[in-house]
Design a protein around this ligand. Structure first.
Ligand code: ZN
Ligand code: ZN
Length: 562
């Protein structure tokens, strides 16, 4: 009890602290925590996608060890919007800690879908954009903001040190499709009352000017539909409900039926229709399995796969692996998105394959078929102007995006020492009217998820996977008689991904001899030290293979005693 009290006092005296556990110097894995009076508020909990070095890894999630250690102090998780880089890691957090989740309707609908897939339930608290909520000691005002998903909010969080304003992901769309623009008056009022620290989206800080309105996409779409008699297929982000609505409206306008393909697309369309965010006239939707009965000029297929994801519906269509839809000559394919940084190559591959199949492909490089969901420089300036924070921390971006956003803030008149370009895990200490960066570093290395395994793929496993992918594998198996210490079976050489054995019989035979000689030598010396024999085999075979082939496969000796 006394220990607990002491602990509490220590936590209380820490004041207000802000710690980004992800989302800095990377695109994705957004999660920030805020501490006050010993309580912890989590803001967003997203995933990122593996880089090229992470062989076989499905997704990357934040390191929750600090949160697990401080689980009793956590009072809630609040979500800015329903994109994967903000909600994707929630099931993994909930498997460790039960925490109430606050978010707008669409956001929580998407979370619920996700939890359902993992067989989880949670305490979900729906908030309306514009509402105020109290989570533990934190009083939070939510503000409607425009982004590439409906129901996005910014957060103004009252703390004992002052107001922290978090933009969430945003762009400034004066004419959004749902007619619900950013609440500028509220933003101005919040700025007027005084903001100690602003955290703002940096994704497009390098881009000059303004992002065009979502409406510009509508005009382009209309032109394409008006001039086409072909079957039209559109790939876009399932979560971009506004874009989906515009695409469906256009189809209806030109008397086309709509079929939906791809699991996440089907899920989102169902959810968004249920809660009234997506309005589809009756008779418009048709089952993807029944499209054969519909003329090409009267059909639109909406599909996932705008990022070239290998398992997505569009990718399977392009590879003739889709159950019901094959791309054929004359099809019109619209990729209504632009590649997320890192996905350029896979998207380019899919565009090539679609062209090869004889389809006409329209993508963001050649038409205004996508607008970004993130503010460009001029919009960021407007946000800085409205909020006028005393301190600023660029978030949501790679190092260069954060840097450019920092420069932008400096150009807007903020002193350089009031701008914090942090790394994940660094700690800001907030005091009344001042902020300092502490020397503390909270552990937050990326945690890799592969299949059902969370965090069991570490550096050693990755190194093995890298070596295997680069050089293949050779296994040398030998059977040794326990009693006599004689080699009684093998050695046999098995290889995978190294050379095709049938075409390299001489090499494999020579390798076999090398291994046999090595084993005989060790056994002659009466050695029963199996690990040492294995090492000798590995060394000898490695240098032999390298001399013969200039290659370095992974070599795995196996000795069996009988
Ligand atoms: Zn987003
Ligand atoms: Zn994001």
């Amino acid at each position: 009890m006394i220990v607990r009290q002491k602990l509490r006092r220590a936590e209380l005296s820490r004041g207000v602290r802000l710690i980004p556990l992800g989302g800095l110097n990377e695109i994705g894995k957004n999660i920030t925590i805020l501490e006050m009076r010993g309580r912890i508020l989590i803001i967003d909990c997203g995933v990122s996608f593996p880089n090229d070095e992470m062989y076989g890894v499905d997704i990357v999630i934040p390191d929750f060890s600090y949160l697990i250690k401080n689980r009793e102090r956590i009072c809630g998780l609040i979500l800015t919007h329903g994109h994967e880089d903000h909600i994707g890691a929630i099931p993994y957090l909930l498997k460790e800690i039960a925490v109430p989740i606050y978010g707008t309707r669409l956001t929580l609908g998407l979370v619920e879908n996700k939890l359902h897939e993992h067989g989880l339930t949670a305490d979900l608290q729906i908030i309306q954009a514009g509402e105020k909520v109290q989570i533990g000691p934190f009083r939070i005002e939510t503000i409607r903001i425009t982004h590439s998903i409906a129901d996005s909010i910014a957060l103004a969080i009252e703390t004992s040190a002052g107001v922290i304003f978090h933009t969430g992901d945003f762009k400034i769309d004066y004419t959004p499709l749902d007619g619900e623009p950013i609440d500028f008056q509220r933003l101005a009022r919040i700025g007027e009352r005084g903001v100690l620290l602003m955290l703002a989206d940096s994704t497009n800080a390098e881009r000059k000017g303004y992002t065009p309105s979502e409406r510009t996409v509508g005009v382009t779409l209309e032109n394409i539909f008006r001039n086409s008699k072909a079957r039209i297929l559109t790939a876009t982000f399932a979560s971009n409900v506004h874009r989906l609505q515009r695409i469906i409206d256009t189809a209806v306008m030109f008397n086309r039926k709509v079929a939906i393909s791809g699991r996440s697309m089907v899920n989102v369309v169902r959810l968004a229709t249920e809660i009234g965010y997506l309005k589809i006239p009756q008779q418009t939707l048709v089952d993807i399995n029944k499209i054969k009965n519909i003329k090409d000029s009267e059909l639109l297929i909406i599909t996932t796969g705008s990022q070239g994801e290998p398992m997505s519906a569009l990718s399977r269509m392009a590879n003739n692996e889709h159950k019901t839809v094959q791309i054929k000559k004359g099809d019109m394919v619209i990729l209504s998105s632009s590649p997320i940084p890192g996905n350029e190559k896979t998207v380019s591959n899919i565009v090539n394959r679609l062209f090869e199949k004889g389809a006409e492909v329209i993508y963001s490089d050649i038409a205004d078929i996508h607008v970004t969901g993130h503010a460009c420089a001029e919009e960021l300036k407007l946000m800085h102007m409205l909020i006028r924070p005393k301190y600023f921390m660029p978030v949501h971006g790679e190092y260069r995006h954060l840097r450019q956003h920092g420069i932008l803030a400096e150009n807007m008149g903020l002193p350089a020492n009031h701008i914090f370009q942090l790394e994940n895990g660094e700690v800001l200490q907030l005091k009344r009217n001042s902020i300092v960066k502490t020397k503390e570093k909270i552990p937050c290395s990326p945690v890799m998820v592969d299949g059902l395994g969370v965090g069991d793929v570490g550096n050693i496993v990755l190194r093995d996977r890298k070596l295997l992918s680069a050089g293949g594998l050779i296994i040398a198996v030998a059977v040794i008689d326990k009693a006599s210490g004689m080699l009684v079976g093998g050695p046999d050489i098995i290889s995978r991904g190294f050379v095709y054995v049938k075409e390299s019989e001489d090499l494999i035979e020579a390798a076999r001899v090398v291994v046999a000689e090595q084993i005989e030598k060790c056994l002659m010396e009466n050695s029963r030290d199996w690990p040492a024999i294995k090492t000798a085999i590995r060394n000898e075979l490695t240098s032999f293979i390298f001399k013969q082939t200039r290659r370095s496969p992974v070599i795995l000796p196996i000795l069996m005693e009988v």
